[in-house]
Design a protein around this ligand. Structure first.
Ligand SMILES: Cc1cc2nc3c(=O)[nH]c(=O)nc-3n(C[C@H](O)[C@H](O)[C@H](O)COP(=O)(O)OP(=O)(O)OC[C@H]3O[C@@H](n4cnc5c(N)ncnc54)[C@H](O)[C@@H]3O)c2cc1C
Length: 755
């Protein structure tokens, strides 16, 4: 790909008149102002970069939030763009009539290692399930508890008609083995499907598979056991053995909300979708184009494949596809018919005609059956389940005479038994999970569910008192993970377009489809993407991706105005003022990299010019503190530009800088305190772009003591030997040190500013 030349940089009114060292200062200051004032514009190749960041993350699901959190914690200037109006992606909770309704029944598995690293469990106020389940079989409910954690239920468990004594012994062994197997070994192990794994490898009987493992794991995988990797079974089984399952008291949405709360203020942009992604830029649905050193695409697989076509398609020619689930919520007056905080499983799968070796199982067959009764087409997986269920041999259980079509439920939970906060006082919240998304009306589904649960909990109560609150149909709840997943179970975090000769370095991916289809997989892939981004940023000087990623072309005569709070909107060419690029004739400006220019309209442009002029005056008097500029502009207190200035100024001068200001202040400091060469160097054509990108150039300038002017107040000249290190990361930290930023050695973060 041809390297594009750097276009002339546009300057705010007045700035282009400066030349020589003043001109350079002007450029540095303009750069600084850009970093302070947010959206501004640079034109390149028909793309108008409206603001720039070190990293843009696309998607505020758990994976994107973890990536952003990790990067922000390292002091990176990161922005997250999210198409929806809230964070969390698939992890959502709605409040309705005083109930907390998670969008689809989900559980919080406490042992997940990456989840543990990322979340503060205490703050989530986790409300626990009892370890085990209540299995509906043979017309009654039977407790199957984890004897290691609820030994008091051991006898009940042994007596339950859910498999033989031999089965129960084998499950105990399986549990011990699981905790002794390293996680890595699980994902490296020979792989088959879960049904074969349980029946053939582990030697479990059809009874325990059908009555316990099928509804339990089908509720997790949202797919028949025959379509799920045995590695996933071993992983999740181990997680259950190691820790509890629970729900945050405020609903599952507390998970992404906690992650989002760690991000710097202003770094989340909701309700704006990424339309196009390339090396160094992201084009958004509101018309803006963000420039970035690195871009993390943390959407679901389908969108990621649209945004990053070539590489993801080559990586996996066909997408994994998704699995759906349907969740019905009911309000029940008074207490629940079952008081224990337990998951209730439909162990009557035998009644549905399922058997090991088929893919039926309780809900799979039932779901399709509902649709079949209603004469409506279902999704492929459900239909397959129905076919097998219909042809299987009948069970000897008392329920066997019932037609499968009437029994869609996979599992039921009286959620307010687990977390009383999920229901208003005096009421019970019931969640009912149906695997898949049956193509039947809500009324048909509600009727089928109530009929089944009427048999379980009493027809009069269920049909007469249970009020349907909402039905959530989620066609894409999880990516499918059908064996063989092979060595690519965990996919790489970086998209190496450069390798393909297409210059795509700086593009990264995250999401549960690149790992296990769980919260843990999402967290882990977010962590890995962030790690890859950090390595990339350390190896590539700032500006490189943006400069190289946007192909050459003509400058668009467009400008921007403020107004929508997200960086403004386009003003048609005809209304645009004459291009500033044309009036920017200074030699020094043309030598600069593709920094965004200041918008020229309204108070913002005036303020920028005024701030700049004020800054210059202060600078000449050796008082180039930002505070000086702010105090000089007291009269314009109401103006957003002044308050923004003040905010950053205060952050920079306070002894302890809040996390939220760190990234922006760091970026600002990097630009402002870049060494200011004397006029001789400027005359040679000091090139900030080259200074940033070319280690030799940087070294040359730094080594040439004569090339420096005396540092101004509040800015220290770089003297430490580490400042000479050609690595951009080292240069950055030296620069920060020179500006009074103390680096916290243990965390690698800058933790403090001083003037
Ligand atoms: C019903 C249900 C039950 C589940 N149960 C469990 C469970 O019990 N345990 C468990 O561990 N996991 C469970 N999961 C899975 C878990 O929730 C997911 O694995 C995880 O949330 C995926 O996170 P993600 O960040 O990879 O993707 P997502 O959450 O899908 O996030 C992707 C984000 O990208 C955004 N986006 C998409 N396109 C664009 C664009 N062009 N521009 C900007 N933004 C865009 C989306 O709006 C979304 O916010 C369940 C999921 C569901 C739905």
């Amino acid at each position: 790909m041809p390297r594009t030349t750097t276009p002339p940089m546009t300057m705010p009114d007045g700035a282009s008149r400066f030349s020589g060292s003043t001109g350079l200062h002007a450029n540095l200051i303009t750069t600084f102002l850009d970093s302070l004032f947010g959206p501004s514009k640079s034109s390149k190749g028909g793309l108008n970069i409206t603001e720039t960041h070190e990293v843009v993350v696309i998607g505020a699901g758990v994976a994107g939030l973890v990536a952003a959190k990790t990067l922000a914690a390292e002091g990176k200037d990161v922005v997250v763009v999210e198409a929806a109006n809230q964070v969390g992606g698939r992890v959502q909770t709605d409040e309705y009539k005083g109930f907390l309704l998670d969008r689809g029944f989900q559980v919080f598995i406490e042992a997940y290692p990456a989840v543990k690293r990322q979340l503060d469990y205490q703050a989530l106020d986790l409300q626990s399930f009892w370890p085990g389940a209540l299995v509906r079989a043979d017309g009654g409910f039977h407790t199957v508890a984890d004897p290691f954690r609820r030994p008091q239920d051991l006898i009940k468990g042994l007596l339950a008609p859910v498999g033989s004594l031999g089965d129960k012994f084998k499950v105990g062994l399986l549990r011990v083995q699981a905790t002794l197997t390293p996680l890595r070994a699980i994902f490296d192990s020979a792989e088959t499907d879960t049904l074969t794994h349980l029946s053939k490898t582990k030697g479990l009987s059809p009874a325990i598979i059908e009555r316990f493992f099928t509804p339990f794991y089908q509720g997790i995988y949202l797919a028949p056991l025959a379509e799920q990797s045995s590695r996933m079974f071993d992983f999740v089984f181990r997680m259950f053995a190691e820790g509890g399952i629970s729900l945050p008291a405020r609903g599952i949405r507390a998970v992404p909300e906690q992650l989002a709360a760690t991000l710097p203020k202003g770094s989340l942009q909701l309700g704006v979708a990424a339309l196009r992604v390339g090396r160094g830029f992201v084009e958004l649905s509101d018309g803006r184009v963000l420039g970035a050193e690195a871009v993390v695409v943390a959407t679901e697989e389908e969108t990621a494949r649209k945004l990053l076509k070539k590489e993801l398609v080559r990586e996996r020619p066909k997408p994994l596809g998704g699995r759906g689930s349907t969740c019905l919520y009911y309000a029940v007056p008074g207490p629940a018919p079952i008081r224990e905080p337990l998951l209730v499983l439909n162990g009557e799968s035998a009644a549905l005609g399922g058997r090991p070796g088929t893919t039926s199982g309780g809900a799979g067959g039932g779901t399709a059956g509902v649709a079949k009764t209603a004469g409506i087409r279902t999704g492929r997986a459900s239909a397959r389940g129905a076919k097998k269920a219909d042809t299987a041999s009948p069970s000897p259980s008392p329920s066997s005479s019932r037609p499968a079509s009437r029994y869609p439920v996979n599992n039921v939970v009286f959620l307010s038994n687990i977390a009383p906060t999920y229901a208003p006082p005096g009421q019970t919240l019931v969640s009912v999970t149906v695997v898949g998304t049956p193509a039947v009306t809500d009324a048909v589904l509600d009727k089928a569910v109530k009929e089944q649960l009427g048999d379980w909990f009493g027809r009069e109560a269920v049909l007469g008192q249970w009020e349907l609150l909402r039905i959530y149909r989620i066609p894409y709840a999880q990516p499918r993970q059908v064996p063989p997943t092979g060595p690519s179970f965990v996919l790489p975090a970086a998209v190496d377009w450069a390798q393909a000769g297409e210059g795509g370095e700086g593009l990264f991916v995250a999401g549960d489809y690149r790992n296990t289809a769980t919260l843990n997989g999402a967290c882990e892939s977010g962590e890995r993407a962030a790690k890859a981004v950090l390595a990339h940023l350390a190896a590539h000087p700032p500006g490189e991706e943006r400069r190289q990623g946007i192909e050459g072309g003509t400058l668009r005569k467009e400008t921007w105005e403020e107004g929508d709070g997200r960086g403004g909107k386009r003003i048609p060419d005809a209304e645009a003022q004459p291009s500033l690029a044309a009036s920017s004739s200074s030699t020094s400006t043309s030598a600069l990299p593709s920094r965004p220019s200041m918008p020229r309209r309204s108070h913002r442009g005036q303020d920028a010019t005024e701030a700049f002029a004020r800054f210059r005056q202060e600078n000449e008097r050796g008082r180039s503190t930002i505070q000086g500029v702010v105090s000089g502009m007291e009269g314009r207190r109401g103006s957003p530009i002044v308050s923004r200035f003040r905010e950053v100024s205060e952050a920079r001068q306070s002894p302890v800088v809040a996390e939220k200001d760190m990234a922006r202040a760091r970026a600002a400091a990097l630009r402002v305190v870049a060494p200011q060469p004397a006029s001789s160097v400027v005359d040679e054509g000091f090139n900030l772009s080259r200074f940033r990108s070319d280690p030799d150039e940087r070294k040359r300038i730094i080594m040439d003591k004569a090339a420096f002017t005396a540092p101004k107040e509040g800015m220290r000249q770089m003297t430490s030997s580490s400042a000479l290190t050609p690595s951009p990361a080292a240069s950055t930290s030296a620069t920060l040190r020179s500006s009074g930023v103390r680096s916290d050695a243990s965390s690698g973060r800058e933790s403090r500013f001083r003037d």
